[in-house]
Design a protein around this ligand. Structure first.
Ligand SMILES: *Cc1c(COP(=O)(O)O)cnc(C)c1O
Length: 398
């Protein structure tokens, strides 16, 4: 790869930071012991694992025993939600509240639970992807076991009023879980101040390694076991611990939190220049809330084009972007998130998500702003849909 690569798909995954790589290596090379072994090298591994857990607990503002390592965001979402559901069911509570635009790790878990006798209320979001805490309050019933609402949306970057939702849940004695995979390491997360009972996070979204994440579970809330076979993670998840991953995740999170303000400011500057520049393209629209927005997210629809074609042509210019969720690409259905915001199918098809990190530069922004308008213009010039829009046979939707 000699060509300059502009990587703007950080909501899908991030490059590992030097800090994280450096933190990982000793555990791959020297401290390779199994934390369950009684000998010295095993006990060193155990101590190091405890250190990683302690660091993460401090950064989330919780206790060490409230942090459980997992294989990442998807597993954390699955375990937290299923656990809260099963616990509720024991007390005859089989109702769950969520939003229509969660990550599929949440939505698919809930769909499965619906086939197992649980009832799920999917709260609609407004045109910017927001819900109000009072919407949650109104949906809570006597038999509500769990509210699961994401901290920040991975496609459109909207940041939800998690602290207020948590307060409503706490008042009503309902467990509150949040998928904070896009928030942790990017915007302030404090499980105590934000009234969070359960939270999912994933290292590879903040410059840590892939395949490692964690669940925060408040000590008053039971966490059920789904992987059996050993006493690791205080009996909540069997399997030899991924110490290298946990240590790197702790180091990456510490680095992200220490530099959060600086990184966010840099990203916000680049983000706002991208938004301003791309919205100069006629018949384009910003998706997601402008104010309550992740500092690194740009999501724009261009009428009359296919997002997939745009991505391929951007890629040919060295620009790595996304049309929305990495998980829905490959299917031709428009994103469930954009449809939830009320966008018509035709418009939702033409979406572009640029998700930044602090590694992006002014030059990256210039390249994107130079290439994208040309590509959009070209795609429109060969689009029958655009032709009929321009002839006035169909009205412009944006
Ligand atoms: C990436 C992501 C996940 C999944 O995390 P993995 O570690 O890749 O399993 C879950 N939720 C959100 C919001 C995400 O962005």
């Amino acid at each position: 790869m000699n060509k300059k690569i502009v990587y703007v798909d950080n909501a899908a995954t991030t490059a590992m930071s030097d800090v994280a790589v450096k933190a990982m290596l000793p555990y791959l090379q020297n401290f390779y012991g199994n934390p369950s072994s009684l000998h010295t090298i095993g006990q060193i591994a155990k101590e190091e694992l405890d250190k990683a857990r302690k660091k993460i607990a401090e950064l989330l503002n919780c206790e060490e025993r409230e942090v459980y390592f997992t294989s990442g965001g998807s597993e954390s979402d699955n375990q937290a939600i299923r656990s809260a559901a099963l616990h509720g069911a024991k007390k005859g509570k089989k109702h769950i509240i969520t939003t229509v635009f969660e990550h599929h790790a949440v939505l698919h878990t809930l769909k499965k639970l619906q086939t197992e006798g649980f009832e799920v209320t999917y709260l609609p979001v407004d045109c910017n992807g927001l819900i109000k805490a009072e919407d949650v309050a109104k949906a809570i019933r006597k038999d509500t076991a769990l509210v699961t609402v994401m901290f920040a949306n991975n496609e459109v970057g909207t940041v939800l009023p998690v602290a207020e939702i948590g307060e409503v849940c706490r008042k009503n004695g309902v467990v509150f879980h949040t998928d904070a995979v896009q928030a942790v390491g990017h915007i302030p997360v404090d499980v105590k101040a934000q009234n969070i009972d359960m939270l999912s996070l994933s290292a590879h979204k903040f410059h840590g390694p892939k395949g490692v994440g964690a669940i925060y579970c408040r000590k008053q809330i039971p966490l059920y076991t789904f992987v059996e076979g050993g006493a690791q993670e205080r009996g909540k998840r069997a399997g030899t611990e991924n110490l290298a991953g946990a240590a790197a995740m702790a180091a990456a999170l510490e680095d992200a939190c220490l530099n959060m303000r600086k990184n966010a400011e840099k990203e916000r500057n680049l983000r706002d220049r991208l938004i301003e520049g791309l919205l100069k393209i006629p018949h384009s629209k910003l998706n997601g809330d402008f104010k309550n927005r992740l500092p690194n997210n740009v999501n724009i629809c261009f009428e009359g084009i296919e997002g997939e074609s745009l991505l391929l042509l951007l890629d040919a210019k060295g620009i790595c972007a996304s049309s929305g969720s990495a998980c829905t690409s490959g299917s031709l259905d428009p994103s469930h998130v954009l449809l939830a915001l009320g966008l018509p199918h035709e418009v939702a098809h033409g979406s572009l998500r640029l998700s930044l990190s602090e590694y992006n530069t002014e030059e990256d922004v210039e390249i994107i702003l130079r290439e994208t308008p040309e590509i959009v213009e070209y795609l429109r010039s060969i689009s029958p849909v655009w032709e009929s829009l321009e002839k006035g046979e169909k009205p412009h939707l944006i």
